[in-house]
Design a protein around this ligand. Structure first.
Ligand SMILES: *Cc1c(COP(=O)(O)O)cnc(C)c1O
Length: 358
């Protein structure tokens, strides 16, 4: 399928001060779109100027949330080149989400091609400063004007991009999180393993409460026994227990992060012991008391590695590693960002360069 490109006739000024970008507020000049109709499949892949879209107030997504999304970044190397980090993994995961939400399969090669074309066209929107990046947001939603509960027959797939400032403006600072004992995020059998809007809507009450209490995020426990650790906010979580690195096993309610997967692969390459298994909050509390708990960190595309310096469970406050970044967290952060920004050789085969010359 041919991707039709319509360039904007009114380019916006490109922000020059990356430190004022923040996250997710500024959008580049163009977007990629395609439509789907039952019987016809995906059609009319195109790149057009970034603009509002027309949608019926009866559009199904607005009523029943049949929608999925992804999040990845384009990085600028010191040589000025642009590269993506494991983008195929995002589109594979998007199709896993699509399957659970009864959304038609997305042609991975076509959308990856569309993404590359979009970045080439908006290449000047990829920030230059260290730690800044172009955040990429692909998403799909049911667009039919119909107020009834059934899978949509019409969909839109869109990719928008947003230049974003460094996540850690003041260095890799540890955050405080608390164990959420009231709300749950997901249960096995539900859509917890997918990136679908409803999961995030359901997590907001916990997030607001955490912020009210002065914490950055919540640590979610499993929805049935309220005993086993799942993830932190919209990140996966790791614990360093002595010389073993543990992370909750994927069993249907946890999002399978690409950063999580990369961390596991890197640690194993380095000869560290990494275990994916059930981890109870009691085990972590005990490990803290016995001195076995060395480090806690979250993983996700936005922050890469987010060290946890304070973990609160009820009345108990656990200070982790003197509220400082641990050795494993730091090593992982340096290795991952080193590969992403092209400072380190990518011997894992994770980088996909954007050839701007073509
Ligand atoms: C996106 C996300 C993650 C992290 O996934 P990455 O692919 O590493 O960015 C973890 N948990 C939730 C709930 C998420 O939405």
């Amino acid at each position: 399928m041919n991707i039709k490109i319509t360039k904007t006739s009114a380019p916006k000024p490109i922000p020059t001060d990356d430190s004022t970008l923040g996250f997710g507020r500024v959008f580049s000049d163009h977007m990629f779109l395609m439509d789907y109709k039952e019987g016809e499949g995906w059609y009319e892949p195109r790149i057009v100027p970034f603009d509002n879209i027309a949608l019926s107030p009866a559009a199904m997504v607005l009523h029943y949330s049949q929608t999925i999304f992804e999040g990845l970044k384009a990085y600028r190397t010191s040589a000025g080149d642009i590269q993506l980090f494991r983008p195929r993994e995002n589109f594979k995961r998007m199709n896993l989400s699509a399957s659970r939400l009864v959304i038609p399969e997305i042609p991975e090669d076509l959308v990856l091609e569309g993404l590359k074309e979009l970045i080439k066209l908006d290449k000047d929107w990829v920030p230059h400063s260290d730690g800044a990046s172009l955040y990429i947001r692909p998403f799909v939603f049911a667009a039919d004007p119909f107020v009834g509960v059934r899978p949509g027959e019409e969909y839109m797939f869109i990719i928008i991009t947003s230049p974003s400032g460094p996540y850690y403006a003041t260095g890799l600072n540890p955050v405080g999180i608390y164990v959420e004992e009231n709300f749950v995020r997901a249960v096995k059998g539900g859509p917890g393993y997918t990136k679908t809007g409803g999961n995030y809507a359901a997590s907001l009450a916990g997030q607001v409460e955490a912020h009210t209490q002065g914490f950055a995020q919540v640590l979610w426990l499993d929805g049935i026994e309220r005993k086993y650790i799942e993830e932190v906010g919209a990140m996966n979580i790791f614990f360093v227990l002595g010389d073993e690195i543990v992370t909750p096993a994927l069993q249907g309610s946890i999002l399978e992060g690409i950063t999580r997967k990369s961390v596991i692969e890197l640690c194993r390459k380095w000869g560290m012991k990494v275990t994916e298994r059930r981890i109870s909050i009691d085990e972590i509390t005990d490990a803290y008391k016995s001195g076995l708990l060395k480090e806690v960190f979250g993983t996700g595309t936005a922050a890469v590695i987010s060290p946890v310096g304070l973990l609160k469970r009820g009345a108990m406050s656990m200070e982790i590693n003197n509220n400082e970044i641990g050795e494993v967290s730091k090593r992982l952060y340096d290795a991952l960002t080193g590969i992403q920004y092209g400072k380190l050789t990518d011997d894992m085969g994770w980088i996909m360069p954007i050839d701007e010359g073509v």
